[in-house]
Write a protein that binds this ligand. Sequence first.
Ligand code: SF4
Ligand code: SF4
Length: 301
Amino acid sequence: MDKYNNKETINRSTFLSTFLDITKQGKKFFSYRSKRWILIVGIHLFFFLSFYIDLQLLEGSISGSRFLGFHMIDPYISIQMFVATYNLPINMIIGITTIIVVYLLVGGRSYCAWVCPYGLISEIGEKLHNTLVHKHIIKNRTFDQRVRHIFWFVFLSLSFSSGYLVFETFNVVGILSRFFIYGWSVAVIWVFVVFLMEVFFSRRAWCKYICPVGTTYGYIGKGSALKIQWNDNCDHCMVCHDVCFESQVLELTKSKYDEERAKKGIKTQYVTGTECTLCGRCIDVCHQDSLKFDFRLKELI
Ligand code: SF4
Ligand code: SF4
């Protein structure tokens, strides 16, 4: 992408071009999208090798794993387990504590953009969806994103009333992760159905409206140290809104807040919405360099 000379909206950039960014001096470098994809593929490669050649580096799957013998577990699975069985084994307590500490540092929903294997597939679906919408072949349907809290609560209630981890039957994240590590299962058909829904019906619908895994990481991210920081170089071009599937979190980039900011002398602000996945797409496309990652640990302490 040549963001300093072009408006790199989803429809103006080819999918492949989004993996490389170009500096003002014309030097190419890996975009945040490339870095995220390399990490997601790398994580699953280690899972795969630990299983097939007994590498014993990263064992299990994305839902529950051991990294160098240290337990990690998906927080939503732990909560489902607790409400279903009223029991939380010590390994799960260690696993969930590790995950909470890590994501308090690196941003809750960064899991969605930097770790989740379905997030990667969903980005391909997003590009296909936007192309179809742009060509007026389909319409995008939007809903209130707060519906995700209802799904979160409903799936927990089902675990509580049935004694089973009901959501795990539908959890495309776990299904896809196990597919990459252990091979085909019939459940993969469900992942394909969700993907088709995102391509033909609603942009990033699973991640934006349904996935309780991402919602839980969003709750953790409320107090996280890593945030996106905006500065007043912004010329309100709205390209960041175009590429962000959770664009409500970028409300602060709108010009209507300039007068109030000028009165208060505010030059920088944090994106505080818990739906931000810290994917870095907005940074990749901002031609004014108005957005960057900022680690505000000192400020929080
Ligand atoms: S932050 Fe950057 S991409 Fe977003 S509106 Fe401002 S100038 Fe445009
Ligand atoms: S605000 Fe930026 S980092 Fe956050 S989800 Fe949107 S594009 Fe990704």
